[in-house]
Design a protein around this ligand. Structure first.
Ligand code: ZN
Length: 250
């Protein structure tokens, strides 16, 4: 096996906003759609986790624009629970359009602006730590030191960077709340982040049936800074455990 670097990933505008799936693959080893450059690094991380006693498994990986739109519209209409920053239930209908937009953004991305559109992001848990059929609630408590996924979260902190993964929502930065379950493959996500523009997002929203569109478009420059761009900086060094090896995994 020869060591060689992966070909440079280039995202199209449609791929960045979840309007295309040309960058996405699934495999029998991982029946969750991810970016083609992310499958192998994630499976390697999973192998390493298994050796340490964790059954690292996704809850969610790639999501397309329509999937995100259904989440968004459901919250806007009050068909899905809408929660405040402290987890308290909110009455969607009682909020002004601008306040409703802000409330949704704490927990859910604007359609077109979810990092899950890139296929580089995975929400994960430890399948070995809970009974079969357990549905992770994706709460901070589950990933706290005394929660079922605390040991996995701790292990990921120490090991994931070598495989190319980091947590873009590690701290409360005043935008999206901390998401300890959300991993990002930074060498690939960086390419999407580099090309994403406010104008691209505005364009896709202008032509989509998204609830609260007028309020969204009006506040978009602020939303873009506070919720889309406001993530932890990715590690500078190249992943050490993910370099080299055969490229094909399918
Ligand atoms: Zn996520």
């Amino acid at each position: 096996m020869t060591r060689r670097s992966e070909p440079r990933v280039v995202f199209s505008a449609d791929e960045m906003v979840g309007r295309a799936t040309s960058h996405i693959i699934t495999s029998t080893d991982l029946p969750f759609p991810v970016h083609r450059a992310v499958l192998r690094p994630f499976l390697r991380l999973r192998q390493e986790a298994l050796r340490a006693g964790f059954d690292l498994w996704p809850v969610s990986a790639f999501r397309d624009f329509d999937h995100q739109r259904r989440i968004w519209n459901g919250k806007w209409r009050g068909e899905r629970p809408l929660l405040g920053r402290a987890g308290e239930p909110l009455d969607a209908a009682a909020l002004s359009p601008a306040a409703r937009v802000r409330a949704i953004l704490v927990w859910s991305a604007v359609p077109g602006a979810s990092r899950h559109h890139w296929g580089t992001e995975l929400d994960v848990y430890d399948r070995a730590a809970v009974p079969a059929g357990y549905r992770p609630g994706l709460t901070v408590e589950e990933y706290a030191a005394d929660g079922p996924f605390g040991p996995l979260a701790d292990w990921l902190e120490r090991r994931m960077e070598a495989f190319g993964f980091y947590r873009p929502y590690r701290h409360d930065r005043g935008g999206v709340l901390p998401e300890p379950w959300h991993l990002s493959h930074f060498p690939t996500a960086r390419e999407a982040s580099r090309r994403l523009r406010l104008a691209t997002l505005a364009r896709v929203l202008q032509s989509a049936e998204v609830e609260g569109r007028a309020a969204l478009l009006k506040g978009l420059p602020v939303i873009y800074r506070r919720y889309v761009r406001n993530v932890e900086s990715p590690p500078r060094q190249r992943p050490t455990a993910a370099a080299g090896g055969a490229r094909r995994t399918d």
